[in-house]
Design a protein around this ligand. Structure first.
Ligand code: THU
Length: 136
C-alpha cells in the first residue's frame, strides 16, 4: 500500500501550482490506479467560472491519458484549514472510474487522513451502460 504521508507531502508541494486566482482555494489530488500507478492534478480556474477544472478532474484526466482507468484510491488536499471532500460533480467522476470500494482520502493540513469509500460519498451513483445509449 502507498505511504499516505508521502502522498500528503507531494500534494502539499503541488498546491502552489494550482491556478486559483478567483477563489483563492488551492486543491491538489492524487489518484492511484489498480495497476499501482499514481497520477496528480491541481485545480485550474479560468475567467469563465463554470469551465474551471477541479483537482480531481485534472488527476483523473492525467490517469486516463496514461491508460489508467480503474482507480483504487483518491487523495485530496487543499489550502483550506480543514478537510476537503470532493464536490458532487467530482464524486460522480470518481464513481465512474472507481473500482468497488475505492477509498477517498481527505488529507488535512496537520497530517490528518480521513477515509470514506466512494459508495459512502455517492450512494446509488449514476451509471450509464454504453450499450443502452441510443445513437441516431
Ligand atoms: N475544487 C476542487 O478542485 N475540488 C473539489 O472537490 C472542490 C472544489 C476547486 C474548484 C475551485 O477551483 C476551488 O476549489 C473553489 O471552489
Amino acid at each position: 500500500m502507498t505511504d499516505v504521508s508521502e502522498i500528503a507531502a507531494t500534494l502539499r508541494a503541488l498546491l502552489p501550482r494550482a491556478h486559483a486566482p478567483y477563489s483563492g482555494v488551492q486543491v491538489a489530488c492524487a489518484v492511484e490506479g489498480a495497476d499501482g500507478t499514481i497520477h496528480h492534478g491541481v485545480n485550474v480556474e479560468n475567467a469563465a467560472y463554470p469551465q474551471g477544472l477541479c483537482a480531481e478532474a485534472s488527476a483523473i484526466s492525467a490517469a486516463v491519458t496514461q491508460g489508467t482507468a480503474r482507480l483504487t484510491r483518491v487523495y485530496v488536499a487543499s489550502s483550506l484549514p480543514g478537510l476537503v471532500w470532493p464536490c458532487g460533480g467530482c464524486r460522480q467522476k470518481i464513481f465512474e472510474f472507481a473500482c468497488e470500494g475505492c477509498e477517498v482520502i481527505a488529507l488535512g493540513p496537520d497530517g490528518e487522513a480521513w477515509r470514506q469509500t466512494i459508495e459512502q460519498l455517492l450512494p446509488s451513483g449514476f451509471r450509464l451502460d454504453p450499450a443502452q445509449v441510443r445513437r441516431s
